[in-house]
Design a protein around this ligand. Structure first.
Ligand code: NAD
Length: 424
């Protein structure tokens, strides 16, 4: 009954194509709600903006920015902002859709949104970065707001960028709107525990999955791709639990150490310009070897589409924890399932960040701030409740954790859609 979506046609294994296949797989489990399923395949609203700035040398540079609100049936849009030279509208559409599924999977009162600028921030001065951020915020200001759509950090964005976004929005609206973004610095209405929340969520879901698999974390061998906010924090928590990190890959290359990389040395060095491969406590090897490393747990925590069919066939991991969004293409997902490799999917595994973002937003509105223990206890409880519910659904229907997560989440989204009814 529907015309084909025309403005972006998915390319095979692209993030949006992957998302559409994930939705198709869940439709048989939606019962009568399936009549509303097309709504999941269409972003509600997509904005493309021009971001012109004057560079330090006087040149005028233009960057392309996006904000996509995928679905707001259950609440305001929520989702990060990515600064990366490869960002496209199609990628942002997929990331926004995954936010819709994620917020519903952990039952937060949000929809899904995402934003991005097609820019390499590593090539900008601090002043240029601030200008890009502020102009972008001003341009998307017509659709974001504390009750409509709340951005947060993602790849290459951080608390400082959130502070500039909050300030720009506030200047344009004439107040101090702390609730317009999350992931802010602490003294600007940020929340304790937010910086580590996504990595902590990866750890909490991974610890429970390992327990159910009978995999002892003490001595477990872990390979981590992407050693930024998500990957490095998750790695540290697993090491605290007794695991060893045998391989790390970031944008500078791959470093391995069969006896375990020393994170006290690696983490600070990985944050410098030289990246993880500047660390002396391991061997730098060609990137392809990362996928051959003997490991029990694989944590993709970089970008989309990293676990291809080929890589799925050869990984030795028993457990894959998707810290990144969309790291596994659907064909690889099937291969991992056939090989008995358990995948904790992104839409639950990395939901710790948006969960503490939700706590931050609630604290901003009530102007009452919680201590870190309270944040972590509540985070643990929400993640565990969500995971247990999803696990029961997977057992009941004999489906993968990913399809089960989509079943739980899409049911919640479509019930909301049905109850609200169609306007007009
Ligand atoms: P980040 O910018 O802090 O770190 C990204 C890491 O990926 C860096 O170590 C970088 O070197 C590495 N990387 C980049 N390109 C790479 C490549 N081609 N090969 C290998 N490594 C590469 O970003 P982050 O916040 O840690 O986000 C990582 C992933 O987690 C993304 O998929 C993001 O969408 C997802 N995520 C982040 C959050 C959050 O709260 N930050 C929440 C949920 C999901």
């Amino acid at each position: 009954m529907s015309e084909k979506l025309s403005f972006v046609s998915p390319t095979p294994n692209s993030p949006w194509g992957t998302y559409l296949q994930q939705v198709d797989r869940v439709i048989p489990y939606l019962g009568d709600l399936a009549r509303w399923a097309e709504t999941l395949k269409r972003p509600k609203r997509a904005l493309i903006v021009d971001v012109p700035i004057e560079m330090d040398d006087g040149r005028i540079a233009h960057y392309e920015g996006y904000r996509v609100q995928h679905n707001m049936s259950r609440g305001p849009g929520k989702g990060g902002v990515r600064f990366h030279p490869d960002v496209t509208l199609e990628e942002v559409m997929a990331l926004s859709a995954w936010m819709t599924v994620k917020t519903a999977a952990v039952n937060l009162p949000y929809g899904g949104a995402k934003g991005g600028i097609r820019v390499d921030p590593k090539k900008l001065s601090q002043k240029e970065l601030e200008k890009v951020t502020r102009r972008y915020t001003s341009e998307i200001g017509i659709i974001i707001g504390p009750h409509t759509d709340i951005p947060a950090p993602d790849v290459n964005t951080n608390g400082q960028i959130m502070a500039w976004m909050m300030d720009t929005y506030s200047m344009n609206t004439g107040g101090t709107a702390t609730g317009v973004v999350t992931g802010k610095p602490l003294h600007l209405g940020g929340s304790l525990g937010r910086v580590k929340a996504t990595g902590r969520g990866v750890f909490v879901t991974g610890r429970e999955a390992a327990r159910r698999l009978g995999l002892d974390l003490r001595g477990a061998r872990i390979a981590v791709q992407g050693f930024g906010n998500v990957g490095s924090v998750a790695a540290e928590l697993f090491v605290e639990a007794g695991a060893i990190i045998v391989a790390v890959q970031d944008h500078t290359g791959t470093i391995v150490n069969d006896k375990g990389l020393d994170l006290a040395g690696l983490v600070p060095i990985s944050r410098t310009a030289g990246g993880a491969t500047a660390f002396q406590g391991g061997d730098v090897v060609p990137n392809a070897q990362f996928w051959d490393v003997q490991c029990d747990i694989l944590i993709p925590a970089a970008l989309e589409g990293q676990i291809s069919a080929e890589r799925a066939k050869k990984t030795t991991a028993k457990l894959v924890l998707e810290g990144a969004n969309g790291p596994t293409v659907p064909e690889a997902d099937d291969i991992l399932a056939q090989r008995g490799v358990l995948v904790v999917p992104d839409v639950i595994c990395n939901a710790g960040g948006v969960t503490v973002s939700y706590f931050e937003w609630v604290q901003d509105f009530s102007s009452f701030f919680w201590d870190e223990d309270e944040i972590n206890v509540r985070l643990d409880r929400i993640m565990m409740n969500a995971l247990n519910h999803i696990w029961d659904t997977a057992d009941k229907h004999k489906i993968t954790l990913r399809t089960a997560t989509y079943a739980v989440a899409c049911e919640r989204i479509l019930i909301a859609r049905q109850e609200r009814g169609l306007y007009p």
